[in-house]
Structures are given as C-alpha cells and as structure tokens.
Unconditional design. Structure first.
Length: 193
C-alpha cells in the first residue's frame, strides 16, 4: 500500500465514524466522477466535506464536479471554501480563473490567474491562461490613474457588448446560462487515497 493510500486508510479507520463515512463518500464520489456522473459526484463530495470539514482538496473536487455539471455558482462557492482553508494554494486560484473565464467574467479570471502566478511563479497553466487572456485584447479600456490607486473606467453598453462577443472565443462552448462543456485547460486533481 502506498504512503498516500495508507494515510487515507488510517484517517478513515482512526478518525471515528464521521471520518469513515466521509472516506466512503469520497470513494463513491470518485466512482461517480469516473463514470461521468458529475452532479452525483459533487453531492457526494459536498456531503464528505460536511462530515470532515477543513479538507480544502474535497472542496476543490466538489467545485470541479459542480463546474462540470454546469452549476457555476455552486462550483465557485466550493472553490471559495477551499480558498478560505488554503489561501496560498495557487491551484485553487487557477481553478477560479478557469471558472470565471467559462462564465465570461474576464477581469476576475485575469485576477485569479495573476494571483496563481504570484503564489507559484512556476505555474505554467496560469502563465499560459494569463498570456492567452492578455493576447486576446479583451481589455479595451486603459486604466485611469487617480493618484496612488488605479481603477478601470466603468464600461459603457458598447464595451459590454464587445466583451460578451469576445467571451465565447476565450471560453469555447460557454453559454450565457453558465453551462459549459469540459475545457482542455482544466486540471482535475485527485484526492489523496
């Protein structure tokens, strides 16, 4: 048995009934995920995180499954919970960037990718996504210098319309309802076994 599997087994056995139940739910969630039943997997991960709070990785997996199911608000809530538990985790910021890109919230996507890269300068996925966003020219208005703080002007209706037209190029398959097919650049991390 590998070290990771042994740790997972020990946590499930030694942590009491709630930990054993959570470990069982995570196994079931992995099976559902593998079978493409993403919403079922999300619900199982969510219940596991309720039984065993404090596990950022479970929230990340739950977020992935909600994202794959097209429930972007729920996915974001799970990623934010993971971020509250592990604020310096560059991968959680990367996943938030993907989510924001799919939802067409490009400024938030850029900020999340930038934070992932700040936390982990070797994060090639974040670097690639950030370069893709910046090269797309989505940022049509230049920041306005107001002394020590810089803010962006509020976009007018025409700029908003241009952003909306550009979003599908940046996140192919995204819809206004927020549902999107799986994206090639989304990395799904496995929970320790």
């Amino acid at each position: 048995m590998s070290g990771t599997k042994l740790l997972g087994w020990a946590a499930g056995r030694l942590g009491g009934p709630a930990n054993r139940a959570a470990a069982r739910l995570v196994r079931q969630a992995r099976e559902a995920r593998g079978a493409g039943r993403f919403l079922e997997a999300a619900v199982l991960y969510q219940e596991a995180s309720r039984l065993r709070p404090g596990q950022a990785a479970t929230h990340v997996q739950c977020g992935h499954m909600f994202k794959e199911s097209g429930l972007l608000d729920r996915a974001e809530a799970q990623y934010r919970r993971a971020l509250a538990l592990s604020p310096a985790d560059a991968d959680v910021h990367l996943q938030l960037g993907h989510l924001h890109k799919i939802a067409g919230r490009l400024a938030e996507s850029e900020a999340a990718y930038s934070e992932a890269l700040r936390l982990d300068p070797a994060a090639e996925d974040a670097r690639r996504e950030l370069a893709h966003l910046q090269a797309s020219g989505w940022r049509l208005a230049a920041p306005v210098d107001i002394g020590d703080a810089a803010t962006e002007p509020v976009p007018d209706a025409e700029e908003i319309a241009r952003y909306a037209l550009l979003a599908p190029r940046l996140a192919p398959g995204a819809t206004m309802e927020g549902a999107a097919p799986p994206q090639e650049s989304i990395e799904v991390r496995r929970l320790p076994q």
